[in-house]
Design a protein around this ligand. Structure first.
Ligand code: ADP
Ligand code: MG
Length: 636
């Protein structure tokens, strides 16, 4: 007897589930898409235990007749596609007819549905893909799908699920995304009975952005324009009419710099996607406007003829392939760049720098870097208007508490930065190996004599072994970072009350993150309290932080926590939070310092335990060794 057998449907469905249902959020995605395809106007999602225990989506869409309700659980059963030709022009979100049977095969599922025309609805109950019951039910028009005990029969998959917190964050982010794509529909999300998101139908995308992100974010965004920006392609050999691509949405100005891509929302023909081509187009639009490791906020909707894009690339339908990839890439890049340019008042536009011959490259690089630094400012802590030097944060002026905290540099952030510590980038402002401080010269930091500043940003100092240039912002950042951590471990964080509490509105994901790290925020001197739905009141903050920076610091901390720290230790999180506080409270660049202040800064830096790189890994000091000076003057 031969050994090859056709797999049973049950096995085939579980295999398909492996691709389609990776985690609870994948179930949510499929259910949301089905409800949207069914023309629903209100989508109510309820989740328990990060979606493992319960996912229930109720919609007011077209519902299903009894026969369809049963057929929906057959593999490749779909009402959205009948012919292979249709694949080339898919207008619905679903088309594979795989989601419901896949989800049903790895959970206990109940489908309750009724069409507008029928008097009585249908209730179907399944477990592990098997239909247990199908009965009449008195229901309102629409569909409710309840998925319980996800992966109960696939222990291997269950093991890979992350914490309840992580899974909920994925779900929250997904619902947020879909609510942005469909401003005219109502969405709500409850987790363990707490409301995480609830938006009523909005007239415009702008209004929906306000509902989801709040007024502060909206103010920072640039509307790509209404009408949408367009790209027209002349008709090719095969096409009869010209092809159009339309792009609309919002992007942030260069002052918004995110640490990860979580704030980039991409939709192609209403479908949420992750696409490398488009991500690259966005990064190129911001090239030289924001630092390379930072990301903007972007909410982009690209619309094109269904034939222009292949959505059948991935079972979860999150990847697409454009037929005119390079054209789409450049269109998106140029549309964003143009919007950014339009936004800038004309006088602030810098004339393009002519290409420099190699010999003078260091200087042009230098000016470029200065420019980057300035732009870096918004998120990196450099205020636009330099604050009064006399108003230096008070706790910064107090002597460092002793004993000095021993910093553990085994954490990934610190070790990643270590190599940059000794070799400050060969393309650096004054590219020469001689500028890399050798370890023994750290000793020389102790008796540096400040001579002045360049650009009101870098302290020039004479040392026993040469000439030093110290970046005043990152130097102070390092000092404060160590102080904050030391104060945190002694329980002696200095906190100051705000006259009026600051009210911060959070996204659903930030709200979850907040719940997780509220204790740590408190220990670092932030006194916060939940204040209504997705809002917190900030009543006190670490001393030294300017009122204008408070909201940014808290949001930055929540973002750091969300992106990098989910799996990291509390200690890593604490360091990242301290780095964020230090960065905001530190002396800015473009700020004149009195000689006494420079002196104080250099002495405090020398006393810090890692004076050569800031908590984010940037170099603090460059040195031009006496020996190299002598060599350059041909004295040796
Ligand atoms: P697909 O969405 O790819 O067609 P699914 O397995 O997700 O496949 O769904 C199968 C079919 O069940 C759909 O084609 C649709 O006809 C029906 N269906 C699923 N969810 C809903 C819903 N919420 N309302 C109405 N019909 C639905
Ligand atoms: Mg579907």
């Amino acid at each position: 007897m031969g050994r090859i057998r056709i797999l049973s449907d049950a096995v085939a469905n579980q295999i398909a589930a492996g691709e389609v249902v990776e985690r609870p959020a994948s179930v949510v995605k499929e259910l949301l898409e089905n409800s949207l395809d069914a023309g629903a106007n209100a989508l109510r999602l309820e989740v328990e235990a990060g979606g493992r225990r319960l996912i229930r989506l109720a919609d007011d869409g077209c519902g299903m007749m009894r026969d369809d309700a049963l057929l929906a659980f057959e593999r490749h059963a779909t009402s959205k596609l009948s012919d292979v030709k249709d694949l080339a022009s898919i207008a619905t979100l679903g088309f594979r007819g795989e989601a419901l049977p896949s989800i049903a095969s790895v959970s206990r599922l109940v489908l309750e549905t009724k069409t507008g025309e029928e008097q009585i609805g249908t209730r179907v109950e399944l477990a592990g893909g098997k239909i247990l019951k199908c009965e009449d039910a008195v229901l309102a028009p629409g569909t409710v799908i309840t998925v319980r005990d996800l992966f109960y029969n696939v222990p291997a998959r269950k093991k890979f699920l992350r914490s309840e917190q992580t899974e909920t964050a994925h779900i929250a982010s997904l619902v947020t995304h879909y609510s942005l794509a469909h401003p005219d529909k109502a969405f709500s999300l409850r987790h363990n009975r707490a409301e995480l998101l609830s938006v009523t139908p909005a007239a415009t995308l702008r209004e929906r952005v306000f509902q989801v992100f709040g007024g502060q974010t909206l103010e920072e965004l640039i509307d790509l324009g209404d009408p949408a920006r367009e790209l027209k392609l002349p008709a090719g050999d095969k096409e009869s009419s010209e092809r159009r691509f339309r792009l609309r949405g919002f992007v942030s100005g260069p002052q918004v710099q995110k640490l990860n891509r979580n704030s980039i929302y991409l939709f192609v023909n209403g479908r949420l996607i992750r696409d490398r081509l488009l991500l690259h187009a966005i990064s190129s639009a911001y090239h030289n406007l924001i630092p390379p490791a930072c990301y903007p906020f972007a909410l982009l909707f690209l619309e094109c003829d269904a034939e222009e894009v292949d959505v059948n690339v991935h079972p979860a339908k999150t990847e697409v392939r454009f037929h005119h990839g390079p054209l789409v890439h450049d269109f998106v890049r140029d549309a964003i760049r143009q919007a950014l340019m339009d936004q800038r008042p004309a006088p602030r536009l810098a004339p393009p720098t002519p290409p420099q011959p190699a010999a003078v490259l260091p200087y042009s690089e230098f000016t470029q870097r200065m420019e980057n630094l300035r732009l870096d400012g918004a998120a990196g802590g450099y205020a636009e208007a330099p604050p009064d030097p006399a108003a230096l944060p008070e706790f910064a002026l107090r002597p460092r508490p002793s004993p000095a905290p021993r910093l553990d540099f085994s954490d990934p952030a610190a070790s990643a930065s270590a190599p940059r510590l000794a070799v400050p980038d060969t393309h650096g402002p004054l590219a020469a190996g001689s500028f890399a401080p050798e370890p023994e010269s750290l000793e020389a930091l102790k008796d540096l004599r400040p001579l002045g500043q360049i650009h009101d940003s870098f302290i020039i100092a004479a040392g026993r072994d040469g000439l030093w240039i110290i970046d005043q912002h990152v130097a102070h950042e390092r000092i404060l970072f160590e102080q904050v951590l030391a104060a945190r471990s002694n329980g002696g964080v200095a906190s100051q009350r705000l006259l009026v509490p600051a009210i911060l509105s959070l996204t659903a994901a930030q709200q979850l993150e907040y719940a997780r790290i509220a204790g740590e925020l408190h220990a670092l001197g932030f006194e916060t309290e939940p204040f209504g739905n997705r809002t917190i009141a900030l009543k006190a903050a670490p001393a030294g932080l300017a009122a204008a920076d408070l909201e940014k610091v808290v949001v930055e901390i929540l973002e750091i926590s969300e992106s990098r720290m989910r799996r990291a230790t509390l200690d890593d999180l604490r360091r990242a939070m301290a780095a964020s506080i230090a960065c905001r409270a530190a002396i800015k660049i473009h700020m004149r310092l009195e000689p006494a202040k420079m002196d104080w800064l250099l002495r405090s830096l020398a006393a810090s335990s890692c004076p050569m790189s800031c908590p984010h890994g940037r170099p603090i000091a460059l040195r031009y060794a006496t020996r190299d000076i002598l060599k350059s003057f041909h004295r040796i």
